[in-house]
Write a protein that binds this ligand. Sequence first.
Ligand code: NDP
Ligand code: ZN
Length: 356
Amino acid sequence: MATFKGFAMKKLNETGWVEKEVPECGPLDAIVRPTCVSPCTSDIHTVWEGAIGDRKDMVLGHEAVGVVEEVGSLVKNIKVGDKVIVPAITPDWDDEAAQRGYPSQTTEPLGGWKFSNFKDGVFGERFHVNLADANLALMPEGLTDEAAVMLVDMWSTGMMGSENANIPLGGSVLVIGIGAVGLSAIAGAALLGAADIYAAGTRPISVKVAKEYGATEIINYREAPIDEQVREATDGAGVDSVIIAGGNLTNTWKEAVASTKAGGTISNVNYLSGADDVLIPRVEWGCGMSNINITNGLCPGGRVRMERLARLALTNRADPELLVTHRFKGLEKIEDALYLMKDKPKDLIKPIVKID
Ligand code: NDP
Ligand code: ZN
């Protein structure tokens, strides 16, 4: 196949199908045919909010599992025909940022995020993966496509949110936003030993899964400011850790800071858009002296991360398939799935598209 069809961002605020040349497979790389993909809220920020600027005819999507069609001459462990889990983030592992411990930030800030950012993504008949041995994980026995595609970005990002949140064993956590990312943060917080997990969100299907993943109390952010509700629920104490996985730049940061105990941690995974500045409330932040630390990060990628998340699923620590609410079949349905993600109906967490 010299060309492939893909669903693309044609320019800001416009999507459509494109026909492109199949990319060349470098000596360390692979070409993969997707068998299951899922749109991400980040695709929505990219196309309709201009969060990373304009792109022209860029194939969207960064959540996929698939079958290897071609490998470069120096690839050792991945073979043509292998079923693989493809991390959303595919770092340059020899870069200095990777050696400093930040592989998602290789070559430039957010540089490990290549699919649907710097190059064509996974919403096509074929896509290119850099450093196949380091970035592709073999699909283990017993894991379905649906489960595996929830690991590559949702679990990896949400669970990083909890890993970065310094959660004390038996401590308290507030997760703001219970889309697929926030839900994964709840699962991570529970696995890391949080006792009390407050979850802010309203979509009924998300509320249900939040409880199944370990949330102990649901906060409806539409009824009153989140921090007021958290303070009330904790007898004024606040929580040890806050994970931001949703919300906006008008209220959320204020509510997060005002919910956190002195010495606590706020861990952001939300992709900020809609305004240029993040406003940290001075007094609630202890005039800058409260020891409330703010951390953030881009989804971790690479083979070992995927293997570990797959082990979590296979050992029944949590069920990734709980995130999948809508199922489509056929490449052309990617368009419907993306627009569903844009509309966010009340019964949606994540759609997936199976491709033959
Ligand atoms: P969703 O849109 O599915 O979920 C957002 C959640 O935020 C919902 O629960 C929504 O509530 C809630 N929310 C909306 N407004 C408010 C508010 N004012 N206060 C509190 N909560 C609010 O998003 P996803 O879970 O798919 O993604 C979450 C974020 O993570 C996105 O910004 C996405 O781009 C980003 N992301 C970041 C990555 C990274 O590497 N750091 C990787 C992948 C995604 P309701 O239940 O009412 O709808
Ligand atoms: Zn994403």
